[in-house]
Design a protein around this ligand. Structure first.
Ligand SMILES: Cc1cc2nc3c(=O)[nH]c(=O)nc-3n(C[C@H](O)[C@H](O)[C@H](O)COP(=O)(O)O)c2cc1C
Length: 199
């Protein structure tokens, strides 16, 4: 009886551990609008519907933003190849970190923290807010500001290509955001970016 109870507890524990990480489908690296059309349509959007992104779109978007396109190099350049950014993915269900190698979202906190990612009302309506966090053990915040632009522009271009809205956002309350994302002393939010379907 004790053995059965032990096995049941172990089985439920391993299930809840698995449930914490969200394996994404492989990103689709073909298709979308041609680059010149995406550039023509790139713009900032501040009115969103609450429609969720599907898993494939989320996977494609995150790969475009900060995925690996070679063994250990990414879709964005970074000075001295420091790759200092950690992509926080804030969805209705929780806060995740994008593990680009495993193509998996690692759960950091359950719950809806979208409203904590910025000062504008639409951040709590749009399905996704990205937070670009610099690992200060790799580079200081001033240096990271240059590199974040490449990630943000990849997201702008992916969104233009996929018919999504997006806006880069520097207007957020840093300490509130750090607390919501459970950031350590060596993690600094540099920029945020909302993504969703246009209203
Ligand atoms: C670093 C950076 C920070 C920004 N911060 C905000 C912001 O906090 N809120 C916002 O609504 N737009 C923000 N924007 C978007 C700009 O306002 C927008 O890019 C600009 O008005 C030009 O419009 P466009 O992107 O449609 O061409 C930011 C853009 C950048 C590059």
């Amino acid at each position: 009886m004790k053995k059965l109870l032990f096995l049941t507890v172990m089985a439920s524990l391993s299930f809840s551990c698995k449930a914490q990480d969200w394996a994404l489908p492989q990103p689709q690296k073909t298709g979308g609008k041609p680059l010149m059309e995406a550039l023509s349509e790139r713009q900032s959007t501040r009115e969103y519907s609450d429609r969720d992104l599907d898993e494939q779109t989320l996977s494609d978007l995150l790969w475009a933003a900060y995925g690996f396109n070679r063994d250990d190099k990414r879709t964005v350049p970074s000075a001295n190849d420091k790759q200092e950014f950690i992509l926080y993915v804030v969805l209705k269900a929780g806060v995740y970190v994008y593990d680009a190698k495993a193509n998996t979202l690692i759960l950091k906190a359950k719950g809806d923290f979208r409203a904590k990612t910025g000062k504008q009302d639409f951040v709590a309506i749009a399905p996704l807010n990205l937070v670009y966090v610099a690992d200060l053990t790799k580079r200081d915040a001033a240096g990271a500001i240059i590199n974040v632009g490449y990630i943000s522009q990849n997201v702008y271009l992916y969104c233009a290509s996929a018919g999504l809205g997006t806006v880069a956002r520097g207007w957020f309350e840093k300490d509130e955001l750090k607390a919501a994302l459970l950031l350590s002393k060596t993690e600094e939010p540099i920029l945020t970016q909302t993504v969703g379907y246009k209203k």
